[in-house]
Design a protein. Structure first.
Length: 385
């Protein structure tokens, strides 16, 4: 009888001990969760106590991992999330948080792998599709991104950022109407910042909706007047509208903010040329070449300036470089032939006019007849040197 009573007391103590253990864990978890926002180091202390009591308590690792991530202790965070995965293989949340960390590390392929697993484990969670779509944008896979965004929307996830990135994906694909539609909706839902208005204006610019595009670009600048691409786009629109002085002002502001954009120098150079400031144009084209030696356009435009200045040798040198970088341009080959003629290289001029004529340049047809007739020997079939 005494043995039975003793066994009952032992079992009762074990039950009380188990109940106390659960209560202690619950209290520590509650305290750690409360400290999570204000003092992550203090929160970690509470989660450590839970793990000391129960080394298989997955939620403690999950919360501690988030604390480590907030403190930029990335390796510790990843280790905790891996521990959660080992304890709860069917839990998608640690995979999603590992995806977030890998995105921060610019390790997009690793992020995709984690989000793939999260989607497999929770196929009805729109957030995971959106997150994977965002990573597809970073990997320059806009079609895959759009498919994920559409799936997220079908699952009732309609955050403003989703529509912004969907618009961005369509812009990447040059589907400007859909870009405008999604970016506009993102703004309607509250995505009112420089990025949203800039990309909306950028899409409208390519649709030649110049007045509306300028309005959006002004909004982008209102939110962030240091946003260089918005100034560049304004300059481009002003050139299309023939407002060259405004174009010069816009490009100048953009280049003050970001002075290493070769295309901006080219376009400002075009504007300078249009208002009869050839020296300023020449300087801009030269700067563009310094920044991007393999960019064809500045060579072409600088050749025009040299041509106007009757510096035919430099004009020829630039147009030769242009045609090397951008082959098959009939008009440029015709210009090259003209400059060969002006520098007394009749053979190369003849060959260029014939090549340009074959490519469809009408002026080159007559030029080839007249110039090639000056040669005492048959025209060589070789291309110009």
């Amino acid at each position: 009888m005494q043995k039975i009573i003793l066994l009952a007391l032992i079992l009762m103590n074990l039950t009380v001990s188990a109940q106390n253990k659960e209560e202690i864990i619950r209290d520590y978890m509650a305290s750690g969760t409360l400290e999570f926002i204000t003092d992550k180091n203090k929160a970690i202390e509470y989660f450590n106590k839970v793990i000391q009591i129960d080394s298989n308590y997955a939620m403690a690792y999950y919360m501690r991992g988030q604390c480590y991530y907030g403190l930029d202790k990335i390796n510790e965070a990843l280790a905790d999330f891996d521990r959660v995965i080992s304890l709860e293989p069917k839990n998608p949340k640690p995979h999603a948080l590992k995806g977030v960390i890998y995105v921060d590390m610019n390790n997009y392929y690793a992020a995709i792998m984690e989000y793939n697993t999260a989607v497999e484990l929770a196929p009805d969670n729109g957030v995971y599709y959106y997150s994977r779509g965002f990573v597809q944008i970073k990997l320059e896979n806009p079609w895959y991104a759009i498919k994920d965004f559409e799936k997220a929307i079908a699952l009732k996830y309609t955050d403003k950022e989703l529509y912004y990135w969907m618009g961005y994906a369509y812009l990447y694909l040059n589907d400007f109407p859909k870009a405008v539609s999604n970016l506009s909706f993102a703004i309607e839902k509250g995505k009112r910042d420089a990025d949203a208005y800039f990309h909306l204006g950028h899409a409208k610019m390519y649709m030649q909706m110049y007045i509306q595009a300028l309005q959006d670009l002004e909004m982008a600048i209102m939110f962030d007047d240091q946003y260089a691409p918005a100034w560049y786009d304004k300059g481009f629109i002003y050139i299309q509208q023939g407002e060259y002085q405004n174009a010069i002002k816009s490009y100048t502001k953009g280049l003050e903010l970001y002075p290493v954009q070769a295309m901006a120098y080219v376009n400002r150079g075009i504007a300078y040329k249009a208002v009869s400031q050839p020296d300023e144009a020449l300087a801009d084209f030269t700067k563009a070449i310094e920044l991007e030696p393999a960019y064809p356009d500045p060579y072409f435009h600088r050749s025009l300036i040299y041509d106007e200045k009757k510096d035919y040798q430099n004009a020829l040198s630039d147009i030769v470089k242009y045609t090397q970088l951008r082959q098959g341009d009939a008009d440029a080959i015709y210009r090259r032939g003209r400059l060969y003629l002006l520098t007394n290289n009749i053979q190369n001029a003849c060959n260029d006019f014939k090549e340009a004529a074959n490519l469809g340049n009408e002026m080159a047809v007559k030029a080839a007849e007249e110039v090639c007739a000056l040669l005492a020997v048959p025209v060589e079939e070789n291309k110009p040197e």
